[in-house]
Each structure stands twice: as C-alpha cells, then as structure tokens.
Design a protein around this ligand. Structure first.
Ligand code: SAM
Length: 252
C-alpha cells in the first residue's frame, strides 16, 4: 500500500461556471466523481517522451509533457472513464491511438480512422524524406453489450456522412499556448458531428483547453481535467474568454 503522502492529490476545481467544470489533477481520480457524459473527445499524452521540435527557446518554454514517459496506460484509463461515464451508443474521438488499441478497453462497437491534415509538414526527423503533416484520430461508438459487439449489431447508424480527412491548419507557432495544441475549429467539427447543443463533452487530458473552448463556442457543456498547473491556468483563462464570446453571441 502506498503511503498516504505518495497518493496523488484529489483533483481540485480550477474553473467552474454553469457550462464548464475544469479540474486540475490526475484524470484517473475523476473515475466515480464524474456525471454521465454524451461525448468524449480527447488528445491524451502519446507516451513517446514528446519534445517540441521547434527552436530551443520553444523547447525551453514548454519543457516535457507530463504523463508522457510511457508509464501511463492511456487505453486502460480511457476504458475506465468510458465504461463508468460515457452514455451507451455515444461517440468518442481519441487523438494519437489506433482503433485496435482502444476497441476492447473502451467497449467500442464500431470504429473509424480519421486523419487531421495539417497542410504543411512539421519539423519531425530531418533524416526522413517525409515530414509529419497529419495526426490520427480514432472515432468510436460505445457499445456496452458484449453480445452486440460480438454479433456486429453495436454498429452506429450514420446520421451524417463526411470524409475521413479533416483539413485545418495547425495553430500559429508564435501564439500557441501548448506544444500539442489543437485547432478549435477542428474540435468544433468533431463536437458538432457527435453531440447536440446543451449536451456534455468530456476531455480528461485538456492541455490548453481547445476541446473545452470548442464545446462552449458550439453551445455544449464541458468537463475537463489537466494535470499540469501551467496548462490548467491557460485553459481556465481561455474558457473565461470563450464564455464571454458565447454570451455575446447569445445576446446578439
Ligand atoms: C497532448 S496534450 C493535450 C493538448 C490539448 N489537446 C490542447 O489543445 O492544448 C495532453 C495533456 O494531458 C496532460 N496529462 C498528462 N497526464 C495526465 C493525467 N494523468 N491527468 C490529466 N491530464 C494529464 C498533459 O499535461 C498534457 O497537457
């Protein structure tokens, strides 16, 4: 048994309003305290000791990503969160992990691979002839019944059909707030494709808060969690601004 002082501290509320709750702390500790959610959209640590390939100043500014040393079992944690809190038959989007890594732990009945096309290649490995210009996003629909997963009846009925390549420029390098920041319009497209206004979107690895900001701007409610206090603070600031904009749009 770990000594009590070794146990990770319980998440604390870093930002709260009638639309959004952002926790600062370990997402694993949210299990059991979250309500039921309608959509999970998240960009977890990749477990690759990610270091920004931009200039030395940017590297020094951001430092390494927390939880990215390969010791966190992301599919298992997403599995516990999904099974405990994502409504049956509702959707999940997970960046950086393949469908075969997520299907079993997250009880996904049907999955698809989406590609975020960033337009221009990032720096990556200069010894390679091909520079990284895309990221994988796994889409899945939760199917809680093992029998339905096995017989294929847990497949989603398509309400809409769109191409699997999503083209959005990466956030401007000079103004990014996080080394792996996602564009808000990309997150908004995923959210609008898989939820209705007023429903609850969960991002347990919120970073600078792009998913939560997109949820607010598209009229959803949102719950997020971020381990690194620096990024929890950035996300809280962005959420306050997004709510101001959403209020203005509602009043107009
Ligand atoms: C890939 S980044 C997300 C970036 C985000 N999509 C954005 O647009 O800014 C993953 C985030 O998960 C956070 N993280 C790592 N382990 C965590 C944990 N156990 N609980 C909550 N957050 C965690 C990291 O600090 C990092 O900011």
């Amino acid at each position: 048994m770990p000594a009590e002082e070794d146990a990770p501290p319980a998440p604390v509320v870093a930002y709260q309003s009638d639309r959004v709750t952002l926790y600062r702390g370990d997402a694993a500790q949210l299990v059991g305290i979250l309500p039921t959610v309608d959509l999970l959209a998240t960009d977890p640590p990749y477990g690759v000791k990610f270091v920004s390939k931009r200039d030395a100043r940017t590297r020094a500014r951001f430092g390494p990503l927390l939880g990215d040393d390969g010791t966190l079992d992301v599919p298992a944690l997403l599995g516990v969160l999904t099974r405990g809190h994502l409504r049956n038959r509702r959707h999940a989007y997970v960046f950086g992990y393949r469908p075969d890594q997520l299907t079993e732990p997250m009880q996904l009945g049907s999955t698809a691979e989406l590609i975020w096309d960033k337009g221009v290649p990032g720096r990556g490995n200069f010894e390679m002839p091909w520079g990284p210009a895309h990221e994988l996003i796994t889409f899945g629909a939760r199917c809680a019944s093992a029998a339905h997963r096995a017989d294929g009846s847990g497949k989603t009925a398509a309400r809409m059909r769109a191409g699997s390549v999503l083209r959005y420029g990466r956030p401007n390098g000079k103004t990014t707030r996080h080394p792996t920041e996602k564009p808000v319009p990309l997150m908004a497209e995923l959210i609008e494709s898989s939820s209705r206004r007023g429903e609850v979107v969960l991002d347990p690895f919120a970073g600078s808060g792009s998913t939560l900001v997109a949820a607010v701007l598209t009229g959803r409610r949102a719950i997020g969690c971020e381990l690194d206090p620096r990024y929890a603070e950035v996300a809280a600031r962005r959420l306050a601004e997004a709510e101001r904009i959403a209020d203005m749009m509602r009043a107009a």
